[in-house]
Design a protein around this ligand. Structure first.
Ligand code: ADP
Ligand code: MG
Length: 699
């Protein structure tokens, strides 16, 4: 359906104008100048002819069927135009006109009305408030923005018009060109996910680039991207990621998770390459558009000067790329070619007197080395070097080889011509070795994604009936926080164990319970109004006798009545002590765009200080969970170091899967968290010693 956006047989320009500088004039002029081969119908009730084409007075009077309508009438007239398009059978409408959502309350209503009419007729809308669309292959320039850039292999869509202009100019200036271009404007209807779908279907497009300000349907974006990214790299730049996490949070998960994390992990989980800066965006666009995705992370650096070579090596190293030594055969061949002073190891220094010829010889040998997946060619413009000639030989070798080749010609004035030749020859050129290394890292990351096995969501056994009963009861009671008893039942239904525990109202009762459970024992304040118990002196662990229990009971009640006199106390919880365990945190909260956002990390009372946590969007596969565990710095602690036995990782994985399932099963639970989840030694399982679940407040 959206396909016609790029290759319409006929286009109507509604609101076409004779006055240069008006949107309705410029878009028609661009269509004509671009060389579009299809039929073009200017619609204007007050003109017979515009830019040499016969005009028609209304949409109804267009003599033929129309694939694509470009609307450039003032906002107030758009509703009637869309209705007319519907009558005429036009199913694709690009609204360039401004004056909608971006213009305040009235505009919001107008946009909604336009959308309603469109829906009724089955019309899809791009925009409003956008620059238009281009397809360089079909020679379609339906924008009022700019001349068409050269044909290329980048498909680009953007919510920001200004960024559109900048990217169009960049594509023209670098010569790299574009295949498709869509300015989404207010994104009232056609979404990011649909752009991915539409661009995937076109062979000319090798990489899809998108700039987003907001996400319209996060789940759909993830689902579509997961499929599309297996065929084409997707690079997204999203602005506005810093305002996240601003809300006051009562849980650890809440204070550490935000919409920026949700977007970042959603990208990772669906194979989207997320970039944070415009520079990175364009650098990666070049890499993916011009070069092949490297088969691995082994890089050979070829340089004519020492310093930049070391900078490149440092940059690669810090990003996890390897600079392996070349095979003996390669080294032997190079020894025969290069002067004795040259470094044959990686980085390879071809020396300051190198000419194009020496670069060419070395490249020819290195591209054949089986241990190398990518080559970074550095060049410093030494006095005698013929830079353009060197660029030409690099492009020649790169074209014939299956190895990824990137260049970094350092400087400006003396290398500008060389850079242009490289780009034309299909070799991306970057200003600094660090940028080239970043591009390689991201391209390799895409390779890893392509190689990553697909895995189904992990399933867990649970007693939905019991869980439903607990949640319904809490809801009926009007409470939002689950009590310790409710938490115990809920977690038990998902197979998560809690320590033996009971509430004591008096010191004597606490001693009796301690004796029953066995020493050592833990006492903690029991109140649903206190969420961080340790902060108030409300937790005492490792109590080993009746005396210790008795005085801990008194200390806790005294501390709470001093620090939180208003808090309603149930008493003091006497709890079995879990020993020799490692503390982790497992929690979730809900992201408005992506749904349950799971958090895992090093647990305990210092979670916010250490911030050793990682996130994923549900559902999770076993592979996701395993990767998640390995992502936190503290993972070796779970594996067992310094003579410690390994922790029960299988049980931990299952607990994470269970909490994920719980989050998916009960949308009415707004957030949940176990901190700490005690992970005992392998075979001994996990125990939730502190957990909280909060239902969504009534709206
Ligand atoms: P809060 O997080 O409200 O301060 P917790 O119940 O999480 O209270 O207890 C704080 C810390 O005390 C835990 O991180 C853990 O180190 C320790 N702790 C609490 N309960 C137990 C227990 N049953 N067994 C072992 N250690 C415990
Ligand atoms: Mg806790």
């Amino acid at each position: 359906m959206l396909d016609k956006l790029f290759s319409p047989a006929s286009v109507a320009v509604i609101g076409a104008s004779q006055t240069p500088g008006k949107v309705g004039h410029d878009v028609l002029r661009n269509l004509l100048q671009g060389g579009f081969a299809g039929r073009i119908f200017p619609v204007n009730p007050r003109a017979d002819q515009i830019l040499g084409l016969p005009a028609v007075p209304s949409v109804e009077s267009i003599p033929e069927p129309v694939d694509l309508a470009i609307v450039a009438v003032p906002a107030a007239g758009v509703l009637a135009v869309v209705e007319a398009c519907g009558q005429k059978g036009i199913r694709l409408v690009v609204i360039l006109s401004a004056g909608f959502r971006e213009a305040g309350a009235e505009g919001i209503h107008l946009e909604r009305d336009v959308l309603e009419v469109a829906r009724r007729h089955g019309i899809r809308i791009v925009g409003p408030n956008c620059l238009g669309v281009m397809d360089t292959n079909a020679r379609l320039n339906a924008t009022f923005a700019a001349a068409m850039p050269p044909q290329g292999s980048i498909g680009f869509f953007s919510q920001s018009g200004a960024l559109c202009l900048a990217v169009l100019d960049w594509a023209a200036g670098t010569g790299v060109g574009l295949s498709h271009f869509v300015s989404l404007g207010n994104k009232a209807d056609v979404s990011d996910a649909e752009m991915l779908e539409a661009m995937e279907g076109h062979d000319e497009t090798r990489v899809i680039l998108g700039y987003l300000e907001g996400v319209d349907d996060g789940r759909r974006l993830m689902e579509t991207a997961s499929l599309v990214s297996r065929r084409k790299p997707i690079v997204l730049l999203k602005s506005g990621s810093t305002a996240a996490g601003a809300r006051a949070a009562s849980s650890h998960t809440g204070s550490l998770a935000g919409s920026a994390q949700a977007f970042a992990v959603a990208c990772r989980q669906s194979g989207i390459v997320q970039v944070r800066t415009l520079r990175e965006f364009l650098n990666l666009a070049l890499g993916f558009a011009l070069q092949k995705v490297p088969a691995g992370g082994n890089v050979a650096v070829i340089t004519n000067s020492g310093g930049p070579g070391i900078l490149a090596a440092d940059a690669c190293d810090s990003l996890g790329l390897q600079l392996p030594t070349l095979t003996q055969e390669t080294v032997a061949t190079l020894r025969g070619l290069l002067p004795p002073m040259a470094s044959l190891y990686n980085p390879m220094d071809v020396l300051g007197d190198a000419q194009a010829e020496r670069y060419s010889q070395v490249l020819d040998v290195v591209v054949r080395d089986p241990s190398i997946h990518a080559i970074m060619v550095l060049l410093t413009p030494t006095a005698m070097l013929d830079v353009p000639a060197t660029a030409r030989v690099i492009a020649r070798v790169a074209k014939r080889s299956s190895v990824t080749v990137l260049a970094c010609f350092m400087g400006e004035a003396r290398v500008a011509e060389g850079r242009r030749i490289l780009m034309e020859g299909g070799v991306p050129s970057y200003e600094t070795p660090e940028e080239a290394a970043e591009v390689l890292r991201s391209m390799w990351g895409h390779r890893l994604w392509l190689e990553r096995p697909e895995d189904r969501p992990a399933t867990v056994k649970r007693d939905l009936g019991v869980a439903r009963e607990v949640v319904d009861k809490v809801q009926a009671s009007g409470h939002q926080n689950l009590s310790p008893v409710e938490v115990t039942r809920l977690l038990a239904a998902y197979g998560i164990r809690l320590p033996r525990s009971a509430v004591a109202r008096t010191a004597d009762e606490s001693v009796t319970l301690a004796k029953e459970f066995g020493y050592p024992i833990v006492l903690k304040v029991a109140s649903s109004e206190i969420s961080h118990k340790s902060d108030l002196g409300g937790v005492r662990v490792d109590l080993r006798s009746a005396e210790e229990v008795r005085s801990a009971f008194q200390d806790i009640t005294a501390a709470i009545s001093r620090l939180r006199p208003e808090a309603r106390l149930l008493g003091v919880q006497v709890q079995e002590m879990i020993t020799e365990a490692r503390e982790v945190i497992v929690g979730f909260q809900r992201d408005p765009d992506f749904g349950p956002l799971l958090m895992f990390g090093l647990g305990g009372i210092y979670v916010e200080v250490l911030r050793d946590v990682t996130f994923r969007v549900a559902p999770l596969s076993r592979l996701d969970i395993r990767e998640m565990l390995r992502e936190v710095h503290a993972f070796p602690l779970l594996q067992g170091i310094r003579g410690q036995p390994p922790a029960d990782l299988p049980a931990l994985e299952t607990a994470l899967a269970a909490i994920t399932q719980l989050a998916l099963d009960f949308p009415e639970i707004e957030e949940g968290e176990i901190n700490p989840l005690m992970v005992c030694r392998n075979g001994q399982g996990v125990t939730a010693v502190d957990a909280r679940f909060i239902l969504r407040g009534s709206l």
